[in-house]
Design a protein around this ligand. Structure first.
Ligand SMILES: *Cc1c(COP(=O)(O)O)cnc(C)c1O
Length: 248
């Protein structure tokens, strides 16, 4: 088996991240196999996705539809089983592209987007997996800075997804507030997820935790952690959506 320097470098990072997830799961009395790793490849070329895929990683996330489409197209022939996720804020006019690509959308944050995605998915005659993104707040003046629906609006949004013909509610997604202890925010998220599950039993996933706070997320019950920096390194360029899911 050939192994490029890129692949061996990523192998080390992947092992470290997986060890962090497994240790946090065990410490929380959870089965490590219940926490899946989503590799956030935004800003990195298809070559890095290919290298991580060579190590067995199959789920990748981007925050822009255009960038996702480019990498997915480049890798489709050689890696037909890659699964793509969108974690950045989605404009309504990109819903058709997202549906065509069959991506899992982690950033459903308003009723108009539910409608647009449902219509687009129906047109593609496919069912799209979606998460409702929750705004966990942040330091003063930063409310909403990281995207998502207000917690009070999440139940109605989940119901709207549940009533959609072509969308399947997988669960909730959130980004921890900046410069704050993530644990209390993740605990509030987990509580809300539990509440949603009472009426939407299929919404069993919790997408939370990034490179800096994945342990706190796993402790709170995350089933999907979204990791970029700890796998690929510091991103080369600060994209406008850096750390945020809401466009300026
Ligand atoms: C970029 C991004 C991540 C990955 O963040 P890292 O700190 O690089 O691990 C996770 N979730 C969302 C929504 C992101 O935009």
């Amino acid at each position: 088996m050939t192994s490029s320097p890129l692949v061996s470098g990523l192998a080390e990072k992947l092992r470290t991240v997986r060890e962090r997830i497994d240790a946090a799961a065990r410490a929380a009395g959870r089965d490590p196999a219940t926490v899946r790793l989503l590799a956030v490849s935004k800003t990195w070329p298809a070559e890095d996705v290919r290298a991580l895929a060579a190590l067995g990683q199959r789920h990748f996330a981007e925050n822009r539809v255009q960038e996702l489409a480019g990498k997915a197209a480049e890798l489709a022939a050689e890696l037909p089983d890659l699964r793509w996720h969108l974690v950045g804020q989605l404009q309504r006019n990109k819903a058709a592209a997202a549906a065509r690509l069959g991506v899992t959308v982690h950033s459903v944050d308003r009723a108009a987007l539910v409608e647009a995605l449902d219509r687009a998915a129906e047109r593609e005659q496919r069912v799209l997996d979606v998460y409702v993104q929750v705004d966990l707040g942040g330091p003063e003046g930063e409310l909403g800075a990281r995207g998502g629906a207000l917690p009070a609006d999440v139940p109605a949004l989940a119901d709207a997804v549940g009533e959609s013909a072509a969308l399947r509610l997988r669960g909730l997604m959130a980004v921890a507030p900046r410069r704050r202890e993530p644990a209390p925010a993740f605990a509030r998220l987990a509580e809300l997820a539990e509440q949603i599950r009472a009426t939407h039993p299929g919404a069993s996933e919790l997408s939370a935790g990034m490179s800096g706070d994945l342990e706190a997320a796993v402790t709170a019950g995350a089933t999907v952690v979204r990791v970029g920096t700890a796998l690929f390194g510091a991103r080369p360029l600060a994209s406008p959506a850096e750390g945020d899911t809401r466009a300026p």
